[in-house]
Design a protein around this ligand. Structure first.
Ligand code: GDP
Ligand code: MN
Length: 348
């Protein structure tokens, strides 16, 4: 039987104490984690950091999804760590297998070829199912349908500061649909035909492409070519209703029809990032500068010392990836006309 999460009205009625955040209600939102049973220790670390820095004040739910059944050890431990209600779901076969239009022999050869070239996860079949699932399906899982917003959490992450304001609430109150903390360049070898597919989609669906989108974040020539910039999707707080919208559905299905998730190795990070950059207005994408975050091997640590002290941060600002050469965040600053923090060199 499918656990039902409380309705938004019930959430509103449920006042929680949120010291320092002057928040009186919760948004209809959940954490969501895709994991294997073997991820138990690495995800426990992530849960602990999220609870200590944020969720112990809010008790948001946490949905765990897996292509296999979760075992009792996994459920017992994670339930004990999460302050909200936990739900465990198995992914339906259609969301973690080959669609009938994909030539599996061609896919196998592509994996071998990429493996020979030492492209990261190039030889992996499960990684491709994972990327396709995160790109097109997690928000359609029955356990996710009652929620409006999600926060994706992966194994082995760390938060270095208190989360001062509820990110879900920030998104909801400002009509934002997507957010990030770290951005960087994708390996072109994993997505050789992604951009031509996106261009075909844009041509076929001009009604889905608003003026004032963030195309200039991902393209240096107004859409002719892709600069490989993407938001690092192991952290995401976003709108599930947006991912379930007609625009996003048409976009994902245009991509999926080509088989590119299997013939190449399209990551959910460029797929989500391109969607956000072309389907949304620029202002609907939020940069969470004050969420200090680590997913191996990169760190986001706020440059402002007072912010770090106020939020009791313990990251080293010298580890901040934002303005390094391989980050795209400088580009985000430029696009928004923001001044970089004092002391930051172009090459830093
Ligand atoms: P990376 O961050 O790109 O190096 O990839 P990860 O190994 O962190 O995988 C991304 C997310 O998908 C993590 O939350 C993993 O736990 C999850 N994941 C990856 N492969 C599988 C899989 O085969 N099955 C399940 N259930 N989860 C997976
Ligand atoms: Mn990861």
């Amino acid at each position: 039987s499918k656990p039902i999460s409380p309705s938004y009205e019930e959430f509103r009625a449920h006042k929680v104490q949120t010291p320092g955040a002057n928040s009186t209600f919760r948004v209809n939102a959940t954490f969501v984690t895709l994991a294997r049973n073997s991820d138990i220790w690495d995800i426990s670390k992530s849960i602990r950091t999220i609870e200590d820095r944020f969720n112990h004040n809010y008790n948001y739910d946490w949905v765990f999804l897996n292509d296999q059944d979760f075992d009792d050890d996994f459920k017992k431990l994670t339930t004990s760590l999460v302050s909200g209600t936990t739900y465990y779901g198995r992914i339906p076969k259609e969301h973690w297998s080959y669609p009938d239009w994909v030539d599996q022999e061609k896919a196998r050869k592509a994996r071998e070829e990429m493996g020979r070239k030492n492209i990261i996860y190039g030889e992996s079949e499960s990684y491709r199912h994972m990327c396709r699932f995160e790109s097109g399906f997690f928000f359609h899982h029955p356990l996710m349908l009652n929620y409006e917003y999600y926060w994706r959490v992966e194994p082995n992450i760390e938060l270095f500061c208190d989360v001062g304001t509820d990110p879900f609430r920030l998104l909801k109150e400002n009509n934002k649909m997507y957010s990030f903390v770290i951005s960087l360049y994708e390996y072109h070898e994993t997505i050789p035909s992604l951009w031509s597919t996106v261009k075909e989609f844009i041509k076929g669906h001009p009604e889905h492409i608003p003026k004032g989108n963030a195309m200039d974040f991902i393209s240096e020539d107004s859409g002719k070519t892709y600069n490989n910039c993407h938001f690092w999707s192991n952290f995401e707080v976003g709108s599930l209703d947006w991912l379930r919208s007609q625009e996003y559905t048409d976009y994902f299905s245009a991509l999926d029809q080509t088989g590119g998730f299997f013939y190449e190795r399209w990551g959910d990070a460029p797929v989500h990032s391109i969607a956000a950059s072309i389907l949304l207005k620029k202002e609907q994408i939020h940069f969470f500068n004050d969420i200090a975050y680590y997913h191996p091997p990169f760190t986001h640590c706020p440059s402002d010392e007072q912010a770090r002290l106020d939020l009791r941060c313990h990251c080293n600002p010298n580890d901040n990836f934002d303005f390094r050469g391989y980050s795209c965040t400088s580009r985000w600053y430029k696009l928004n006309g923001w001044k970089k923090p004092p002391g930051v060199k172009e090459t830093d």
